[in-house]
Design a protein around this ligand. Structure first.
Ligand code: NAD
Length: 241
C-alpha cells in the first residue's frame, strides 16, 4: 500500500527524545519531512543529523510566540509548506494539591497547554495555504482520569482535550483535523512508574514509545482522513480495571 504520509511536512515538538523522537523517526521513515522543535539542542541536532536532509532541528520553546513564528517560517522555507503539527512537548511533576503553588501550576500550564495553543495558532495559516492539515495533541490518561499528586499535570492534559475539540470544530471548514492521543504509561525519561514498570491492569506493561508513536502517526496521516476531534487512547487497556 502506498504511504499516506510521504511528501508531507511536519513539526514535532519535544521531538529530541522519548515519544517525540519515535514520532520523528516514524514520520521520517515514511518519507515525511520533519522539524524537531525542542529545547534540547544536542540530542535534537544529533537526531536530525542521523536521519538525513529531510529532518531539521530548531531550538523552540513552545511557550514562546516568537519561537513559534520563526519555526513555522523556517519550516515553510525549508519544506515548501506544512501539513502536520504534533504537539508532544510537555513537562511533568508530582505534587499534592495542598502543596501545589500557583507558580508551579503556571509553569506546567505554559508548556502543556499554552504551548499547543500557540502552536495551533502559528501553523493554521500555513496549513490553510496547503488546503488542510492534521494536528495531533499528545494528552495522557491523566487527561481522562485522576491520579493522586497529579493535579497540575492532570489539569493541563484535561484542558488540552478541550482545546483539541474546540480547534477541531473551528478548523474543520479549513480541512484541518485536530485529534488527541491519550497514552498510558510509556517507557521514557518522564515515565512516572518505578524501574520495574509494573502496570496492574490491561497488558500489564509500559508501552515502548514506538507503540504510541504509531497511534500519533495514524492520526497525522491520510489514513485517518475522517477522524476528527477524537481521543485515541493508547494505554494497553490499563483503564479497564
Ligand atoms: P520526555 O520528557 O522524554 O520528552 C519531552 C520532550 O519535550 C523533551 O525532549 C523536552 O526537552 C521537550 N520539552 C519540554 N519542555 C519544552 C518546551 N518548553 N519547549 C520545547 N520542548 C520542550 O517525555 P515523554 O514521555 O516522551 O512525553 C511525551 C508526551 O507524552 C508528553 O506530552 C507527555 O505528557 C505524554 N505522556 C507521557 C507518558 C509517559 O508515561 N511517559 C504518559 C502519558 C502521556
Amino acid at each position: 500500500m502506498p504511504s499516506r504520509i510521504e511528501g508531507k511536512a511536519a513539526i514535532v515538538t519535544g521531538g529530541a527524545r522519548g515519544l517525540g523522537e519515535q514520532v520523528v523517526r516514524a514520520l521520517a521513515g515514511e518519507g515525511c519531512s520533519v522539524m524537531i522543535a525542542d529545547l534540547l539542542e544536542g540530542p535534537g541536532q544529533a537526531l536530525a543529523d542521523e536521519l538525513g536532509s529531510r529532518v531539521v532541528f530548531a531550538r523552540v520553546d513552545v511557550t514562546s510566540e516568537a519561537d513559534w513564528e520563526d519555526a513555522v517560517a523556517t519550516a515553510e522555507t525549508t519544506f515548501g509548506g506544512l501539513d502536520i503539527l504534533v504537539n508532544n512537548a510537555a513537562i511533568y511533576r508530582r505534587q499534592l494539591l495542598e502543596e501545589e503553588t500557583v507558580a508551579e501550576l503556571e509553569k506546567i500550564m505554559a508548556v502543556n497547554l499554552h504551548g499547543p495553543f500557540l502552536g495551533i495558532k502559528a501553523v493554521v495559516p500555513a496549513m490553510r495555504e496547503r488546503g488542510g492539515g492534521s494536528i495531533v495533541n499528545v494528552s495522557s490518561l491523566a487527561g481522562a482520569t485522576s491520579y493522586p499528586a497529579h493535579g497540575a499535570y492532570s489539569m493541563s492534559k484535561w484542558a488540552l482535550r478541550g482545546l483539541t475539540r474546540t480547534a477541531a470544530i473551528e478548523l474543520a471548514p479549513s480541512g484541518i483535523r485536530v485529534n488527541a492521543v491519550l497514552p498510558g504509561n510509556i517507557r521514557t525519561e518522564m515515565s512516572p512508574t518505578t524501574a520495574s514498570g509494573e502496570i496492574p491492569t490491561g497488558l500489564k506493561r509500559q508501552a515502548d514509545p514506538r507503540e504510541v508513536a504509531d497511534a500519533v502517526v495514524y492520526l497525522a496521516s491520510d489514513q485517518s482522513t475522517f477522524v476528527n476531534g477524537t481521543d485515541l487512547v493508547a494505554d494497553g487497556g490499563s483503564l479497564l480495571g
